[in-house]
Design a protein around this ligand. Structure first.
Ligand SMILES: Nc1ncnc2c1ncn2[C@@H]1O[C@H](COP(=O)(O)OP(=O)(O)O)[C@@H](O)[C@H]1O
Ligand SMILES: [Mg+2]
Length: 257
């Protein structure tokens, strides 16, 4: 790996009962890197991300951020969930303010951070709306604003755009690229979509299933700043797609049926 590691996962193992979910998973993420993980359903992607977020325990192995072992939710890490994870009884403002409330931030400081976060994701004017009044795309913008409000340096995203339709998904990808261009957080982004991974990532990790493990990785050598349009027309696009797809297939073929 070139560059300084922000996040390392070393020899991770996880079992649910007697079922092995992750086996010897190794991963290192550079500071300011945008890393995407692709892999089949059930290969342990969500489990891995939740372990990095300190939300579930590691059975064997170690996760470290800035060289410090993760033993609970680290203060500089935020997560965006697949199904938004918003509180239905809270407004947009209250949902975004939630992590700051937990930290007992004062009201003035909360205002100072929440309004810019909401504006950053394009939801200015919707502060007093409830999640049920919003489209799927807007809900996930709230999820992103809530993750960004504490200015995390590691952003964990679990298939954040999987529940929105194809056009909105592409708009959100472009918006995320814009935001990341400004702040350059270290990102671990899980997706089912090879196209999404190539569009966003500096590097793509491919996982295989049963048990979940890392089967390969590909550097995405497409210059930034990127948009979906520039990526899709890039000469490297189809060869990268083929390389990732063949790794995924190898991971699947190794699974006993
Ligand atoms: N809390 C749990 N208890 C038991 N099994 C679980 C639990 N969470 C996930 N699993 C199982 O672990 C495997 C990996 O799940 P998950 O990490 O959600 O995979 P992915 O996100 O790649 O689809 C799956 O077979 C899933 O059914
Ligand atoms: Mg998952």
């Amino acid at each position: 790996m070139i560059g300084k590691a922000k996040l390392t996962c070393s020899h991770l193992y996880k079992w649910y009962g007697t079922t092995s979910v992750l086996q010897d998973a190794d991963l290192a993420v550079r500071d300011h890197e945008f890393l995407c993980i692709v892999g089949p359903s059930g290969c342990g992607k969500t489990t891995l991300l939740r372990m990095i977020a300190g939300l579930i325990e590691v059975d064997h192995g170690e996760i470290a951020i800035d060289g410090v072992k993760v033993t609970g939710p680290p203060h500089n890490v935020a997560m965006v969930f697949q199904h938004f994870g918003l509180f239905p009884w809270k407004t947009v403002y209250q949902n975004v303010a939630f992590p700051l409330n937990i930290r007992k931030t004062n009201k003035q400081e909360i205002d100072k951070q929440v309004y810019p976060s909401i504006e950053l994701v394009g939801l200015k004017g919707s502060e007093s709306k409830y999640p049920w009044q919003l489209s799927g795309g807007m809900r996930q913008r709230v999820g992103l604003a809530r993750a960004l409000v504490c200015q995390p340096d590691v952003l964990l995203m679990d298939e954040p755009f999987a529940a929105v339709d194809a056009q909105v998904r592409e708009i959100l990808q472009d918006e995320l690229l814009n935001i990341w261009n400004k702040y350059r957080q270290t990102v671990v982004f899980i997706t089912h979509s090879i196209d999404e991974a190539i569009t966003l990532a500096d590097r793509v990790i491919v996982m295989g299933a049963k048990p979940g493990r890392v089967v390969g990785e590909v550097e995405i050598d497409i210059e930034r700043p990127r948009t979906i349009a520039t990526v899709r027309h890039h000469d490297s696009y189809l060869p990268l797609r083929d390389a990732i797809w063949s790794m995924l297939r190898t991971g699947l073929e190794e699974v006993p049926v």
